[in-house]
Design a protein around this ligand. Sequence first.
Ligand code: ADP
Ligand code: MG
Length: 349
Amino acid sequence: MAEGRNQTGAEILLAGVSKHYPKSIALDDVSLQVEPGEFMTFLGPSGSGKTTTLNLIAGFTDLTAGYVEIDGKRMDDVPVHKRDLGIVFQHYALFPHLSVLDNVTFPLRQRKVAKQEAEARARAALLTAGLSGYEDRAPKELSGGQQQRVALARALVFEPKVLLLDEPLGALDKQLRERLQLELRRVHREVGRTFVFVTHDQEEALTLSDRIAVFNNGRIEQVGTSKQLYETPASLFVAGFIGESTKVLSDDGRTITVVRPEHGELFSRDTEVGAGRPAIPVSIRQAIYLGSGWKYEVVLPDGSTGVVRGPRALDWLSGDEQSAWLSWDPARASVFDAEPGATADAVAA
Ligand code: ADP
Ligand code: MG
């Protein structure tokens, strides 16, 4: 990439942004600050408002309330093509009749960059995207993963301060997706721009992001690093969406305690549980050897399932469906109000 221009990414600010449709609220009062050069991921289930938010940043959609700033400048009347954004979608919209090279030079030619310079920059972008040597091919002569690399090169080629990526790896198989995740991290470090990346896959979010915004029902429930979201989830939804856990309903049904697998401990008798430690009776359904340790699937009194991990095998464990006691360190568990009618299983689903 050429030196001396746009060396950093832009800051993005969403201030009380809402998007209402006649019959639904796609986004409800969302505020968020994305730091310059940050890899920010929007994570959430389908329909939670991730794409709507990306479209509002890009300017594809009008907002109902609030405003968007990029690098401190309000975007109210700034059209999409003046926002200095590169955009990559799940379904690569490459021009089928143009070669790879011409697809990537296209945004530069639109910006009146001379042919020779445009081609040199396109080759550099293809190198960054890991696709050198494919310049003369047609898109249909490439695999899905390679086509996404072309789309990435095309989004990077004019060196935008912000890259918006909406489930760009969603259509690829798992192995390829994991490889491209690592590539995308490398590219992000190399180009130093702000990336806003959408996914519904929590593992993908944990792998890639500096910070993650967790979307649910048109709202952001929590923004934080992977570690913050995992260790101190702000809501039952976040706790259930990120990582594994066991959810224990209190006796009076008012609270749910979320125990991470590595913070649970299994005992054969309740007399072995440390003084002052909480414990509930469970049935161990399965013991799974993971190489690095053991994983136990347990069934709780309310019928929900949980998971406990440990470094060693339980020497007292003899067969399937064995009863045991699950205990945990209360200081490392998260407690939430149970929603009326919510069971631990409904929460886990
Ligand atoms: P996600 O990307 O997280 O899957 P979206 O942002 O696409 O979710 O959608 C959020 C909500 O807004 C959904 O309930 C969806 O049905 C609704 N929605 C999105 N676009 C429109 C539209 N053009 N008209 C009406 N409702 C829409
Ligand atoms: Mg979407």
